[in-house]
Write a new protein. Sequence first.
Length: 212
Amino acid sequence: MSGDTSTLRPHGGYRRLRSFQVTEIIYDGTVAFCDRFIDKRSRTHDQMVQAARSGRQNIAEGSRASATSSQTELRLVNVARASLDELLLDYEDFLRQRKLKQWEKDDSEARRVRAVGAARERTDQSDQTDPADHKKNYSHWLEHSDSAVVANAMICLIHQANYLLDPPDPRAGAAVRRRGRLQRAACRGAVGKAEAGDLSSDGSVGSDRSVG
């Protein structure tokens, strides 16, 4: 990612990046979701919170690094994207294992959530609105008493963040996701599994985690 192909705005102005703002909502929302609906003693509780935090933190670090090293920026954005993919699977697992409905793309509620952050370019530009106001726009879903509503809204938000982080070229986006999964697997100490063949051909890491 170099020149005008950088995913993040240079010079560390990450707090005004839409991707950072969305992932901060995802992080705060995940902490609240896990405290409300996931056993705090379970491994899944910690994993979901850490994946959400990693998504946000690596966007911030990538933005800081972008002024001096596009390669470092790319690596950190890859890890952020992979962390969000991991979190997405956890929310989907939560719904599936409890036989709760996952919204289709064109469900009315999914469209309403998307509309909050819609009508934007496919580039991660600065957003001058107050991030707190942006977060309030999602409170109808994120503070809902029904865990399925909250989980589905979080899935929509993760897709929104991924949309902002993905390069416009789908082929480049696939490469970014694969590199990110490999880097996150290495961070989790899964390199040995990858060499043993547990890392699938599309770069995903097999896991038998279940929701606690």
